[in-house]
Design a protein around this ligand. Structure first.
Ligand SMILES: [Zn+2]
Length: 223
């Protein structure tokens, strides 16, 4: 019995080593990452700077003790109706952990698409990282924000901070979408369910007109 247990332990350890053999880690004051490709590390470091700059330029003060944790892994799954489904990325507000599908898994990324653009460029991939980091920063500024409001803000920061060329392509892809106008939360959560990327564009265009809703969400006036 003991022998079987020992064998089991050895097998588990070997499996763990195989899974983590390519994983590298980076640890600084405000960022902790497990990654595979240097480009992922670059995206995370630059992404965090971009998101911090975006919020500080709007006058927000980010908690200096906040440490963003990101795992670049092969499979990112979330539960949908109790069934795990693969997604590009996830952010867990309970563990504050961001999971992002590794760049080497581009096939999956491209199958699912991003703003209807394929293949997904490095710049678009980096914007995904920005989106997830925004969730972490928003959570620290306003822990009560509802998930639909999280998406509203994460998409705005994602689109606002991406390169102009990529943004033009995306806006052109969704040129029929116009800015949200005095919309209530119910209307925009319906829109999100129908078209998350359409929702993203409408949110971004509204932000260019007015940052009123953005600020209300961060203030906690809209939870
Ligand atoms: Zn999101």
């Amino acid at each position: 019995m003991k022998k079987i247990k020992t064998m089991g332990l050895i097998i588990i350890t070997l499996l763990f080593l195989i899974v983590t053999v390519n994983a590298k880690t980076y640890d600084s004051l405000d960022l902790q990452i497990t990654y595979e490709n240097e480009m992922e590390l670059k995206g995370a470091k630059e992404g965090l700077e971009k998101v911090k700059l975006f919020f500080t330029e709007m006058g927000y003060k980010i908690d200096p003790s906040l440490k963003v944790k990101i795992l670049f892994i092969e499979r990112v799954c979330i539960l949908f109706n109790k069934t795990p489904i693969r997604v590009h990325t996830s952010y867990d507000p309970k563990t504050l952990l961001i999971e992002i599908t590794q760049w080497s898994q581009q096939k999956l990324l491209n199958e699912k698409g991003l703003f209807n653009i394929t293949p997904i460029s490095i710049e678009l991939y980096h914007s995904l990282i920005v989106h997830e980091i925004t969730h972490a920063i928003l959570h620290s500024l306003q822990p009560k924000a509802k998930s639909i409001n999280h998406e509203y803000i994460a998409y705005i920061v994602q689109i606002y901070t991406m390169g102009e060329g990529t943004r033009k392509v995306i806006l052109n892809e969704y040129k029929s979408i116009t800015a949200f106008e005095n919309c209530n939360e119910y209307a925009y959560s319906m829109f999100y369910d129908l078209s998350p990327f359409g929702f993203a564009i409408a949110a971004y265009l509204q932000y260019l007109d007015t940052d009123e809703l953005f600020r209300k969400i961060v203030k906690g006036e809209i939870e």
